[in-house]
Design a protein around this ligand. Structure first.
Ligand code: HXC
Length: 258
């Protein structure tokens, strides 16, 4: 597939998608989201890829859904066209880890896209926000659900009701981002994390992602039971035998992803 709104590359076992509409600060239109979904799906299906990174430009991860495109949409357009659900939700079906490497603006749908990823590494200039209220709408790609889970109700209400931005320091303190790195090190650090993940057993990595996601969707006892069964199941893999044997033999594990 040829992409017009994203750049796709690989570094070892890491698939990288760079959002690439620089003149619009990577505003997320349908074409871009279709391409992003296709690229992530292809990486997910590729046995040589163990982790993915989504990133943007220095100035913007993404400044939101494309306001120009949305401005004239009607209810029947968005309802019948299944706007957002049709392509954005595909990201939730990706089973290998996806890291958001964020510098600059991550606003509206841009913040929601980052939150759909498994964790966010932010550069010092990152700014997060849900400014949809200023446009007469509300977050529509999971922001009202994922933001409170990440930062708590008070801050989520503050962000969504005032539309203000949060800088990287506040975002890290609140639990929205996992770490802050200098701008010039964003890709280096994100890639190091992704390569580390890709070096582990893909089965164990996918099981860890699936289990942590359970923490958001059910009760604690159901989540713990799910985790326990996944943990038990991993004893059926060659990677568990290899990982533990390597530790006992004081050598580096060589996972076969079986
Ligand atoms: C379309 C956008 C855009 C957006 C910026 N641009 N954000 N185009 N959709 N979301 C365009 C501008 O129109 C401008 O185009 C160019 O990018 C550069 O932007 P400037 O505003 O000139 O840059 P700057 O002054 O640095 O301000 C940056 C900014 C501002 C603070 C990020 O652009 C801004 O407030 N953007 C909108 C942010 C927002 O409201 N996001 C939420 C969208 S709603 P020209 O042609 O003039 O150069 C949303 C819904 C989510 O995301 C729910 C469903 C997913």
């Amino acid at each position: 597939m040829t992409y017009e709104n994203i750049l796709v590359s690989t570094e070892g076992a890491v698939g990288i998608v760079t959002l690439n509409r620089p003149k619009q600060l990577n505003a997320l239109n349908d074409a871009l989201m279709d391409e992003l979904g296709a690229a992530l799906k292809a990486f997910d299906a590729d046995g040589n890829i163990g982790c993915m990174i989504i990133t943007g430009s220095e100035k913007a991860f993404a400044a939101g859904a494309d306001i120009g495109a949305m401005a004239t949409y009607t209810f029947s357009d968005v309802y019948k066209g299944d706007y957002i659900t049709r392509n954005w939700e595909l990201i939730r079906t990706i089973r290998k880890p996806v890291i958001a490497a964020v510098s600059g603006f991550a606003l509206g749908g841009g913040c929601e896209l980052a939150m759909m990823c498994d964790f966010i590494i932010a550069s010092e200039n990152a700014k997060f926000g849900q400014p949809e209220i200023k446009l007469g709408v509300i977050p529509g790609a999971g922001g009202t659900q994922r933001l409170p889970r990440a930062v708590g109700k008070a801050k989520a209400m503050d962000m969504a009701l005032t539309g203000r931005m949060m800088d990287a320091t506040e975002a890290e303190r609140a639990g929205l981002v996992s770490r802050i790195v200098p701008l010039e090190k964003l890709m280096e650090e994100s890639l190091a994390a992704a390569l580390m993940i890709a070096g582990y057993s893909q089965i164990a990595v996918m099981a860890a992602k699936e289990s942590i996601n359970r923490a958001y969707e059910g009760t604690l006892s159901d989540g713990v039971m799910f985790e326990r069964r996944m943990f038990h199941a991993l004893f059926a893999t060659q990677d568990q035998k290899e990982g533990m044997a390597a530790f006992v033999e004081k050598r580096k594990a060589n996972f076969s992803h079986q």
